[in-house]
Design a binder for this molecule. Structure first.
Ligand SMILES: [Zn+2]
Ligand SMILES: [Zn+2]
Length: 391
């Protein structure tokens, strides 16, 4: 069985290697034509065309999202999915390196497809748009896109090799205050200052920060603070984000943050209106058993990870997938440690030799891990038990 497992993994790795040049070209093509959330028409079409040309059965525009897709090979259970992201950021292009995520998923799909007739089960590449802006996976999860999967994997490029990702749950908030305008010098007593309300609330949030868990985050901007100095502002607005390491603490934080805005309203007399975004991001629940398998496979490629105690950083809609099925969201180093994602510098790394190496290693490790899942019922049982036991 071990020999067989190693033989299948070698075949999958060979398949990735055989298409190496096509993967690099596809990644660079997406990188050179950055498309932002829900506009990823070219990237989605290129990925679908390629998967189709390689014999995958491709459904385009799934879940009512024109740039989402699902490409399948093999048949029945177990089912393993590689998730692709391909949206870019305004201003910094592929500063999050989603071109690498997209093509590593496709490449892992090809690698696993090479052996799926021997292992049984099926592999699919699921195209998930708009990670950066909308949370495409949240919408797709609601439509059942991830139901019935035994494992879901997504490799994100970064500045370190890490396996046990701990992305934060995240809720976005829009606030508005409505006051009453008046001449700021002649009749200030007649005005209700909506800007004061927002500034008081902003400072209340700042005071709150001292008394929340160190892993939690609240941050925001003022998008409307009035027009001119001699009119008391009758309207103000802002966007805020609240993040926490687990979904329960996020709910607690949300209530505390709203109390800050209510305080601003109460002190100023302005009326508060607020809306939480429908697409709340769940915390990433990394499936340890699946992550351990991935880590072992990655180490055979010469990449050692050491991140059991790494702290959570950003948030991702992969968290919502991890709430539904056993999932991992490892990061693969393509940039030096001092280079952060969402920068032009990182975008350059996503098109570099290190970027290509990261893409191919991520693909090989995911394909090998898929083989572990497909042929090892004991691993599937451990993954499932752990998934059911997680909060
Ligand atoms: Zn990003
Ligand atoms: Zn990203």
């Amino acid at each position: 069985m071990t020999d067989d497992r190693e033989r299948l993994k070698a075949l999958a790795a060979e398949e990735v290697e055989a298409h190496r040049q096509e993967f690099i070209e596809l990644s660079l093509r997406i990188h050179d034509y950055p498309e932002t959330a829900l506009q990823e028409e070219k990237a989605s079409a290129w990925l679908c065309d390629y998967l189709e040309s390689q014999g995958f059965q491709v459904e385009r525009g799934v879940c009512g999202l024109p740039t989402a897709f699902r490409a399948t090979a093999g048949r029945g259970e177990p089912r393993v999915a590689f998730l692709a992201e391909y949206d870019a950021l305004p201003g910094v292009g592929h500063g999050c390196g989603h071109n690498i995520i997209a093509v590593s998923a496709v490449a892992a799909g090809l690698g696993a497809r090479r052996v799926v007739d021997s292992t049984g089960g099926s592999v699919c590449v699921i195209g998930t748009p708009a990670e950066e802006a909308v949370g495409g996976k949240v919408l797709m999860a609601r439509q059942g896109a991830f139901d019935g999967l035994d494992a879901a994997m997504l490799s994100h490029p970064g500045s370190r090799d890490t396996v046990y990702s701990r992305a934060l749950a995240c809720a976005s908030l829009e606030v508005e205050f409505f006051g009453k305008e008046s001449h700021a010098a002649a009749r200030p007593e007649a005005g209700i200052n909506a800007l004061d309300a927002l500034v008081l609330a902003y400072n209340a949030v700042a005071a709150l920060r001292q008394h929340i868990r160190s892993s939690a985050r609240v941050h925001g901007v003022i998008t409307d603070g009035g027009q001119v100095a001699n009119v008391v502002p009758d309207h103000s607005a802002g966007n805020f984000m609240v993040r926490a390491e687990d979904d329960a603490y996020l709910e607690e934080m949300k209530a505390k943050v709203i109390a800050c805005f209510e305080a601003g309203a109460r002190a100023s007399g302005a009326r508060l209106e607020y809306r939480w975004s429908e697409n709340q991001l769940a915390a990433m629940r990394t499936n340890r058993s699946l992550a351990d398998a991935f880590r072992a496979n990655l180490s055979t490629l010469g990449r050692q990870t050491s991140d059991r105690a790494s702290r959570a950083t950003g948030s991702t809609d992969m968290g919502n997938v991890s709430a539904l099925v056993p999932a991992i969201h490892p990061t693969i180093a393509v940039a030096p440690p001092e280079v952060s994602v969402h920068t032009r510098e990182f975008a350059a790394c996503a098109a570099s030799e290190d970027g290509h190496r990261g893409l191919l290693d991520a693909a090989r490790a995911m394909a090998m891990t898929a083989i572990d899942v497909l042929i090892d019922p004991d691993l599937r049982r451990r993954m499932k038990e752990e998934f059911l036991a997680s909060p």
